[in-house]
Structure formats: C-alpha cells, structure tokens
Design a protein around this ligand. Sequence first.
Ligand code: MD3
Ligand code: FE
Length: 226
Amino acid sequence: MMQLKSTTPATFDLFADDAPPLPATEQIGPCSFVFRGFALPMVEPLLPTLEAVLAQAPFRNMVTPGGHIMSVALSSCGEFGWTTDRRGYKYSRIDPQSGQPWPAMPELFLKLAQAAADAAGFADFIPDACLINRYIPGTKMSLHQDKDELGLQWPVVSVSLGIPARFLFGGHARSDATTKVPLFHGDVVVWGGEDRLRYHGVMPIKQAEHAQLGEQRINFTFRKAR
Ligand code: MD3
Ligand code: FE
C-alpha cells in the first residue's frame, strides 16, 4: 500500500534548534485548533512507522451495532483499541481479529500527539489509544460524538495524511448547524474542553491522488480512553 524508502530514523525533535517554525493556526472553536502542516516535518518517518503498526493490526471494515458495515476502515495502536460489532462500541486491550494486544503506540506517534496538544495548551497529554482511519474516495463518516472515552477531560488530537477531506464541525446537538473545515495532508487538529463532545463527521471523500499515499486518506486520532 505505502511503499516508500525511509532514510530518516524514526525520531524527530519538533523543538530542536533547527526545527522549522510552527505553521499557521486556525481556531475553529473555543478549545479547537487546526495546526496547518504541523505533521509535515515528520511524515517521512511516520509512514514506515504506520506500516509496521498496520502489519500487526491491518485495516478492517467493522460492523456497527445497527448492522451496517463502516465504509471507513479502522485499526488502532496503543494500550486500547476501539472496536464496534453487533453488541456495541468499546475500547479493549485485545484486537479481536488477531486475539493479540493492539500494537504498542510508537514513540513518534506519542511525540507528535503531545507536541500538538501542548501547542493547544493541553500539557502532559498521554494518550492510551490511537485510532487509525482509512478513507478511500466516496467514504464518509456520519455526524457523531466521541464519547466512549473515560478521559473526556483530555483533548483528542487528529492527524490527517493523504488526500483532502472536508471535516464537518457541529455543535452539542445533532441538529445544530455545521461548518466545513478542509483538512489536508499534514494538518493536525486538537479539540478539547467545551468542544470535546461536539458533533463532527467527514463529508464523502472526493476522488484524488496523493503522491505518497495514493487514493486514500489516513487519519489518526489520539485519545485518553481510560
Ligand atoms: C472535532 N474521525 O475517528 S478527525 C473519529 O477525520 C473521527 O477520521 C474523523 O471523527 C476523521 O472519531 C475526524 C477528528 C476531529 C478532527 C477535527 C475536529 C474531530 C474534531 C475539529 C473540531 C471538533
Ligand atoms: Fe469522531
């Protein structure tokens, strides 16, 4: 899927003296920030690291409690992974597909999530779950709230890679108006505080091709599940 040669070691210090300046920030809610291109400096080591995670826990299309097959393919890494089946949604330590614990959260993923949370004013964020979503053109994610986590006082950090998406940012009721936020390769979003439980979704992904990832969008979301 993602064949690429990595020449960079799988570490990156965002705060090194020679690190590039932090890119533009957009505030989309009282506690929600889009950091444009924040992940770009570490994409090169990020992709092979992601491939190693996916070798252990491949993408799969899960079934919702309502019996629908999710068009977004999912995997997880970290102490807890998120799954859904006919019985409901939950976080678990074991990947039901392999019977093994989810792959460990790579240090580079953790550093990226922490750096972004820090930049949004959430110090000491230690996510214990990283959900990995894969979209292909036509795939969407309906409006929902992320409320299966116990650590709702912590933010969620989202990293977008590959082809663009139009993110839908709603309010605290499903019927509230939504705004569309375009998300591109390398963009990172952090949302917490009073925005943590806002409805959100992803519009159907438009046909496009990304030089490194091809016809797909991959999104990581880092959370504190327990
Ligand atoms: C909330 N994923 O996995 S990223 C999910 O792009 C999920 O794959 C979407 O919703 C995705 O549960 C969205 C999460 C996100 C990004 C930006 C936001 C949620 C946001 C901005 C404001 C509020
Ligand atoms: Fe969500």
